[in-house]
Design a protein around this ligand. Structure first.
Ligand code: PEP
Ligand code: MG
Length: 567
């Protein structure tokens, strides 16, 4: 059995489909010139037909815009200039693969050297197409996720956004990846596809062979290799129960979230891309409580996404939510979130270093482009924005000041912007929780980011397995910080939400309700179980429970208290 992080709940039983990209090893020898030319010709023809096939399949699920990448690849594969240069190199004595590699490497370097965004994208296209060409010359098969036509569990080192875009839910029963955490890209995608997934499964690429029978227990983060008949039976029954329970919850989709004594809260969804909006709505989310915009930046290959690209993404989310609130978090990069095109300073503790709002206030050019895109998109729905990792009042004021400047500039340029954008902040650094009543004079709302708030209050790296026992959402010390944040907001008539993983934890929900949390934001598939839980509770009783919890000494005592009360 291998352990990982349950990233998207459910159970899958099936054969492994191991996604392994072939490694290119160039040949030392070569045939005669005519043979090499013919080999190259066949590879080009096959490459074009491969890309056409991938495009045709992807057309079912992707938009015109998203399909444009395949057109660019086709154009490159059909490019007479590229072809002529490779043929010349073959005629000059190189074999087909070495000729392809040297010509395309030159072309990539040339495009990359041109500096502008358009040419950088062309460099990425050449890379992609030449990889396909080389595989076809060398007789290597590129795995094609979209071509899977039998039920499998995908096992991979990691899955890129374009990999996940190709996954067909009908055949992909679930997936397990070697790297990634609960908030990694593949994890977020799995939740929006609503397929079971476990990420961060160390050793899975070594332990699993193509075709091995696996059980994915994504309720508990376990991958069972070569299960016995009894295990298969046991997990098939668990799977049935899980699916039945999930189906039964669907009656709650259009309902409000109200306690038995009439107290209403909002349950919202966390998203990473515009595509995730659908999952939030299908699961009855009342808002988007956290749009992690960093994925837009992490998906970008060669440079920061342009203001226009960002505008399109934000507009899509706002329109998709049809007037329901969307809380967009401004760029939260750094720590474990890196960009391919940006060099971070060397630091001993990147999580305590140059990241999120600190980086944005230092690099206002990057920050301003995002704020402008958001402001321009604001007329397409109900936008709220929040700044991540605010530690001091001055940081908040400075960030809000930049926002106001960009707003005034756009208005003077004649651009329409909404006048009702709420500007709030994440509470994820203890200093901001402790001083919440002061912050609330300036911020329109708070959203508590417990993933970071816990790591910073416990001084325990959220990426470290060794100290993961200190991830203690129900520790009374943390509950007291949360209470400070909520009370601080309420003192000034502001609302307080939570968008860290704790918000979707059904054991924590009763206490959070009692502490007065107004909005719970979580992954889409957690929304209905949370609503069911809140609908069964009394606000008044949960206030008493929360008061008792605040007086406990340990997390264990709080857990016991909550369990006893729920029973
Ligand atoms: C958090 O810290 O709780 C949070 C929601 O932000 P992230 O997980 O993206 O750091
Ligand atoms: Mg955070």
């Amino acid at each position: 059995m291998l352990k990982g992080i349950a990233a998207s709940s459910g159970i899958a039983i099936g054969r492994a489909y191991k996604l392994q990209q072939p490694t290119i090893v160039l040949r030392e020898d070569k045939g005669d010139t005519q043979e090499e030319l013919a080999l190259f010709e066949r590879a080009i023809t096959k490459t074009i037909s491969d890309i056409e096939k991938v495009k045709a399949r992807a057309a079912v699920s992707l938009s015109e815009d998203e399909l444009a990448i395949f057109d660019a690849h086709l154009m490159m594969a059909n490019d007479p200039e590229l072809k002529a240069q490779i043929e010349d190199a073959i005629k000059n004595g190189e074999n087909a693969d070495r000729a392809t590699k040297s010509v395309s490497d030159n072309m990539i370097a040339m495009f990359e050297g041109m500096g502008n965004e358009y040419f950088k994208e062309r460099a990425a296209d050449v890379k992609d197409v030449s990889y396909r060409l080389l595989c076809n010359i060398l007789g290597l098969t590129i795995p094609d996720l979209g071509a899977i036509d039998e039920e499998v569990i995908v096992v991979a080192e990691d899955l890129t956004p374009s990999d996940t875009a190709q996954l067909n839910k009908q055949y992909c029963l679930g997936f397990a990846t070697q790297i990634g955490g609960r908030t990694s890209h593949s994890a977020i995608m799995a939740r929006s596809l609503e397929i079971p997934a476990i990420v961060g499964v160390k050793g899975i690429m070594d332990e699993v062979k193509d075709g091995d029978l696996l059980i994915l227990d994504a309720l508990d983060g376990k991958v069972i290799l070569g299960p016995s008949d009894d295990e298969v039976k046991e997990y098939s029954a668990k799977r049935e129960t899980f699916l039945k329970d999930r189906e039964a919850l669907k009656v709650l989709v259009d309902q409000k979230t109200v306690t038995v004594d009439g107290h209403e809260v909002d349950i919202a969804g966390n998203i990473g891309t515009p595509k995730d909006v659908e999952g939030v709505l299908n699961n009855g989310g009342e808002a988007v409580g956290l749009y992690r915009t960093e994925f837009l930046y992490m998906d970008s290959e060669n440079d920061f996404p342009s203001e226009d690209e960002q505008f399109e993404a934000y507009k899509a989310v706002l329109e998709g939510m049809k007037g329901k609130k969307v809380v967009v978090r401004t760029l939260d990069i750094g720590g474990d979130k890196r960009l391919k095109y940006f060099t971070f300073p060397e630091e001993m503790n990147p999580f305590l270093g140059y990241r999120a709002i600190r980086l944005c206030l230092d690099r206002k050019d990057i920050f301003r482009a995002q704020l402008r895109a958001l402001l321009r998109a604001s007329v397409y729905g109900k936008l709220a924005i929040m700044f991540p990792m605010i530690a001091t009042i001055n940081e908040f004021k400075e960030a809000k000041g930049v926002f106001e400047e960009e707003k005034a500039k756009l208005i003077s340029e004649g651009v329409k912007v909404s006048d009702e954008i709420e500007v709030g902040m994440m509470v994820e650094i203890p200093s901001s929780a402790v001083l919440a009543d002061k912050f609330a004079e300036y911020a329109d709302f708070f959203s508590i980011g417990t993933n970071d708030l816990i790591q910073y209050s416990m001084a325990a790296d959220r990426m470290s397995e060794k100290v993961s026992y200190l991830y203690q959402p129900l520790n009374p010390s943390l509950l007291r910080l949360i209470k400070m944040a909520i009370d601080g907001a309420h003192k000034h008539g502001k609302w307080c939400g939570m968008c860290g993983e704790m918000a979707g934890d059904t054991l924590a929900a009763p206490v959070l309700l009692g502490l007065g949390l107004d909005e719970f934001s979580m992954s889409a598939t957690s929304i209905l179980p949370a609503r069911k839980m809140v609908n069964s509770l009394s606000k008044k009783e949960m206030e008493e429970l929360a008061n008792e919890a605040l007086e406990k000494e340990t997390m264990e005592e709080v857990v016991e208290l909550v369990k006893a009360r729920l029973a």
